[in-house]
Design a protein around this ligand. Structure first.
Ligand SMILES: [Zn+2]
Length: 204
């Protein structure tokens, strides 16, 4: 089967606990002598097999690293692994998962080939918010419960607020609407993209 490595945790000397996002679940597995195998890195997509172990975690074996065309581009890999860390924090307590998350990562990998990686992550995060029913399109301030006029301040999880109600980043309402309607952050300039990205780094 295939999956994305979301997290590794060293145990004993060289063994690893490896968390893998498969289409259906977050799998927690055990890998002997993990450090000798460079194919076990956060964010990598792998093909693998599991050997059931009734007394402990299933054992990870037959790992084959499925390469991304952009894997040697350090800036892209850095942003990818940053997103993977955030995603692990977000999903770590889940056992079964909708296929959505696996498909989303596959889509991001493809889009990373040609697009700005921060823009890819921002679009992906919007899809996560919408999928999880957390996207606030009503533009009611989360702090004072009143309608927001003109510019919208976004904070973590893209929660909307008035400029005077919270510390966040300001955006024009029409740009936010365009972004939410088209699921594409193309309307934003580079500074706005960096600000949205900073919000994502605070946690999914
Ligand atoms: Zn307010």
């Amino acid at each position: 089967m295939q999956g994305f490595i979301l997290h590794t945790q060293k145990v004993k000397d060289e063994d690893l606990i490896v968390y893998i996002l498969s289409p259906k679940m977050l799998i927690k597995t055990y890998r002997f002598y993990g450090l000798r195998h460079s194919s076990i890195l956060n964010g990598y997509k792998i093909d693998f097999a599991l050997e059931e172990n009734p007394s402990f975690l299933p054992r990870l074996k037959d790992v084959l690293h499925l390469n991304f065309t952009w894997i040697m581009q350090r800036d892209k890999m850095f942003i990818w692994q940053e997103f993977i860390r955030l995603l692990f924090q977000h999903l770590k307590d889940a056992e079964t998962l909708e296929k959505f998350y696996f498909l989303l990562l596959e889509d991001c990998v493809k889009r990373f080939e040609k697009q700005n990686p921060k823009r890819v992550i921002i679009d992906a995060y919007l899809k996560i918010l919408e999928f999880e029913g957390r996207l606030r399109k009503d533009f009611i301030c989360f702090s004072c419960d009143e309608k927001i006029q003109n510019d919208i301040t976004l904070i973590r999880a893209f929660l909307p607020s008035h400029n005077h109600c919270a510390l966040g980043y300001n955006f024009e309402e029409k740009k936010i609407k365009d972004f939410y309607d088209n699921k594409n952050c193309g309307i934003f300039n580079d500074e706005e993209i960096q600000n949205l990205y900073n919000l994502i780094k605070e946690g999914l």
